[in-house]
Write a protein that binds this ligand. Structure first.
Ligand code: SF4
Length: 694
């Protein structure tokens, strides 16, 4: 055996870090250890453990290797191999039949972020637009978070994430970077070592990240805006507000100050469950350290008041004036800096605005025929699903399952493994993994464009997502330049059209650093709104987010930052509130098929505060049942004092079969849209809890 080569790549997973990788390739056929690339300044040589051991996933014996057709009842798991030509022909004919009988909008291509590579993730949209299939309104992840952030800043960008290393205080709010997007910790810890910076962590339970915090704030789910308001109250009260910044760079500082007069730490203590002294300490810390970098994550936005919470948290930096300083300001995502031309990749030149959009998060309501969710259009009769596993990850799982059980629904799934969703399919198509194809990536949590090239041949008969889309287009008889191009050609042309050079240059440089200059990143030349000011008073329906119209209770959204009590309240029948948080060894449902990850995570578990456990006579290891109006889930209890009484946390999206009754954790989560533009409130569930007698 020759010594392994070390070749560059990019982590494709749904994680803001989009780490630059160095992959050991053994004899051109297998991969060995994966490390972080040291020469990409954000990754800085560090990646998470689950991707470091990727060989286990890529060379897994259970990988799908050939196309399959269903030969038993739906969900029975009975499949037989077929050839690629026949498989694609069957998918195309199912789409043509649906189109002929029910119109083009009865076909619903469905995808998500199982890969963040733009060719393999987004190419399905090209087919959708060219064929006028039903639109995919993407809501499951970003909507409340991005909307809330843009509401204040007017643009989805912010201070260079590497500036965390020169901050005097790093506030990690609603994200757990010790287990994923690990690079946040790299830069935050560097600031602590070199500058004595404090690390503050705000979350709903004692995460691995919180264990590294100098100030740990465990709050109740959905109370983030109350904390933010009380912090701003103290900043005004104690003279930490930057009056000059407020007067010149914000829209309504006087109104905000008057409004916050009634939002003191005692008020917030009753909502958040924090001590008044903790809120005061947090406010004084960010008030005295102008270089406070607020790293705002997605977690706390997955609540019915998530957009309001994100906006409120981002407002703190505008009160202190932290935006003006290197190492200061608020950051959530850099989506706005890349100015992609997406026409070739996604066929945006063929969009018909009259075609309905269907909400990704409401797949259960859609597939079970809810007229409002279907926008009063035809039922969905045929689907192609790539890069996602909705029967496991989508909310309102009972309804999602009922939808997939429909005999009149044709489903094709392209996947790596026989997931919960693939098991319900009529046709299963084996997909390449990221080291087996070419793709291009951009970091949400940093500022690099990167190329991840094909390093090894795929196993068996696996094909790329792009090949499937192009193959279907050919049978369906539709044309677009993007179908005829190779992934490399698509990447090269997209880079050129977007003003980022070309593929040869990117391969030579490995990364393109797209970081805007300081004045732009810190909004020194004005925030993204027309008036150039940070907005404490957002015009919510007018926030510059690409959406499908206001939804949820958007008319009741607070005018100024405030606690908005629209969360799913505990009541007599549902005395607990449940957050469904990420697990260290999984990434959504990805990795829940690898033995090491499963061993490390143990089994589906719910964390229960000792006071609650005592009252209900529950001990660690007991079998318990959680339930609400959406269904019941059976798992095991673990007594845990790093959460407030009345709050439950269940980590990880396990395969449904890992639960006693085959009902996964998303049986308990709701799909009602988050205001103002949709989204799923994964951490905002009321439930009851009881021990199961054995
Ligand atoms: S931290 Fe995120 S981007 Fe980096 S290797 Fe892990 S999953 Fe991938």
């Amino acid at each position: 055996m020759n010594a392994p080569q070390r070749l560059p790549s990019v982590c494709p997973h749904d994680c803001p870090s989009a780490c630059a990788l160095e992959v050991e390739v053994i004899d051109g056929q297998r991969i060995g250890r994966i490390r972080g690339a040291a020469d990409q300044l954000y990754t800085a040589g560090v990646i998470c453990a689950k991707v470091a051991r990727y060989a286990e996933r890529l060379h897994h014996p259970d990988r799908l290797l050939q196309p399959l057709q269903r030969v038993g009842p739906k969900g029975s798991g009975q499949f037989a191999p077929i050839g690629w030509d026949e498989a694609l022909e069957r998918v195309a004919q199912a789409f043509l039949t649906a189109e002929r009988q029910h119109g083009s909008e009865s076909v619903w291509p469905y995808y998500y972020a199982g890969t963040m590579g733009r060719v393999m993730r987004d190419g399905i949209n090209r087919l959708r637009h060219v064929k006028k299939y039903a639109g995919f309104y993407s809501t499951i992840c970003i909507n409340p978070a991005w909307t809330g952030f843009i509401a204040g800043t007017g643009s989805l960008r912010g201070p260079d994430p590497r500036e965390m290393a020169v901050a005097d205080c790093v506030v990690i709010w609603g994200t757990n970077p010790v287990i994923t997007q690990v690079n946040v910790m790299t830069h935050a810890v560097k600031a602590r070592k070199t500058r004595g910076a404090s690390i503050v962590v705000v979350d709903v339970y004692r995460t691995a990240t919180m264990q590294q915090a100098d100030l740990a704030l465990i709050i109740k789910p959905g109370s983030d805006a109350a904390l933010a308001c009380a912090v701003m109250h103290v900043l005004f009260r104690d003279g930490f507000a930057d009056r000059n910044f407020l007067a010149t760079m914000t829209d309504a500082p006087g109104e905000l100050e008057r409004h916050l007069a009634g939002r003191d730490p005692t008020w917030a203590s009753g909502i958040t469950g924090l001590k008044v002294a903790e809120i005061e300490a947090f406010a004084h810390l960010v008030g005295t350290r102008k270089r406070s970098y607020f790293r705002l994550g997605y977690g706390f936005s997955r609540s019915r008041n998530g957009a309001v919470s994100m906006h409120a948290a981002s407002c703190i930096a505008a009160v202190t004036g932290a935006w003006a300083y290197e190492g200061g300001g608020a950051f959530h995502n850099n989506g706005a800096i890349y100015h992609w031309d997406r026409d070739l990749l996604e066929g945006l030149d063929c969009v018909d605005p009259a075609i309905r959009l269907l909400d990704q998060s409401r797949i259960g309501a859609i597939l079970t025929g809810c007229p409002e969710a279907l926008r009063n259009g035809p039922a969905v009769k045929a689907m192609l699903i790539q890069n996602t596993n909705p029967l496991c990850v989508a909310p309102d799982q009972t309804r999602v399952r009922r939808g997939f059980e429909r005999d009149d629904l044709f489903v094709a799934v392209q996947e790596h493994f026989m997931t919960d969703t693939a098991r319900m399919a009529d046709i299963v198509l084996p997909a390449t993994m990221f080291l087996e194809h070419d793709d291009i990536y951009a970091g949400g949590g940093h500022q690099y464009i990167m190329f991840g090239g094909k390093l090894i041949e795929p196993p068996g008969e696996c094909r790329t997502n792009h090949a499937v889309i192009a193959g279907l287009a050919k049978i369906l008889g539709v044309e677009h330049p993007g179908f005829a191009m190779t992934p490399r050609e698509l990447i090269d042309a997209t880079l050129r059209r977007s003003g980022w050079g070309n593929l040869a240059e990117l391969e030579a440089k490995k990364f393109i650093d797209c970081q805007p200059p300081f004045e732009v990143a810190h909004f020194r030349r004005g925030f993204g709104h027309a008036d150039g000011r940070f907005h404490f008073k957002p015009d919510w329906p007018a926030v510059a987010f690409d959406h499908d119209g206001p939804m949820g209770p958007w008319r009741q959204m607070p005018i100024l930052p405030d606690h908005w009590p629209v969360t799913e309240a505990a009541d007599e029948s549902h005395p607990f509130r449940l957050a469904t948080s990420p697990a260290r060894n999984f990434l959504n449902s990805t990795f829940n098929e690898t033995p090491t990850a499963r061993r490390a995570e143990g089994r589906p578990t719910v964390l229960v505060h000792p006071d609650d456990a005592r009252r209900l006579a529950i001990a660690t290891g007991d079998r318990v049942e959680l339930g609400n109006e959406r269904g019941r889930v059976r798992l095991h209890a673990e007594i845990f004092d790093g959460v407030q009484p009345g709050i439950l946390v269940s980590e990880g999206v396990w395969a449904n079969a890992a639960f006693a009754d085959g009902s996964g954790i998303n049986t308990l989560t709701g799909a009602d849209p988050i205001a103002p533009f949709g989204g799923a409130a994964f951490h905002d569930n009321h439930v009851w809890l009881r021990r199961i007698e054995t």
